[in-house]
Design a protein around this ligand. Structure first.
Ligand SMILES: [Zn+2]
Length: 139
């Protein structure tokens, strides 16, 4: 479960519990989220100081200019939106940079006698994460 700090259009601050960030987005989209004080369904997530628990998609601090990957289109966005952007960009990068050997995979992955590079490749590709997890590690 994740606790999100929420802010309605009028400015009431309250908390909501969600199974995941997607759960929050889904409930918000279907207008199932309403302010307990005024009933407004115009609800936005606001940064929580202490209980942020986004796991792998934890957002980078939004106000630091040196934040890698920060672009003008992120200005004024809340950290959650930025995290979503960074996350989808990361996925794009992984998919773009991953090597898809396609039908050549068995030949590429199988170590050949005396071929140390081949054996190394086989070791790297032998994990269930495949090319994505390999690309996630710095070379
Ligand atoms: Zn309200």
């Amino acid at each position: 479960m994740i606790v999100f700090d929420l802010l309605c259009a009028v400015g009431h601050r309250f908390e909501g519990w969600f199974g995941s960030a997607e759960d929050f987005a889904s409930q918000k989209q279907r207008k199932l989220l309403a302010c307990p004080a005024c009933g407004s369904v115009e609800v936005e997530r606001v940064p929580s100081a202490s209980r942020m628990n986004l796991g792998a998609v934890e957002p980078k601090p939004p106000k630091k200019p040196e934040t890698p990957g920060k672009t003008p289109d992120m200005e004024g966005k809340d950290p959650f939106a930025i995290a979503q952007m960074l996350y989808s960009r990361m996925l794009d990068e992984l998919l773009t940079k991953s090597e898809d050997v396609g039908k050549e995979f068995p030949a590429e992955a199988r170590p050949r006698p005396g071929d140390r590079a081949g054996a190394r490749r086989a070791g790297r590709r032998g994990n269930p994460g495949g090319p994505v997890s390999r690309a996630a590690r710095p070379a």
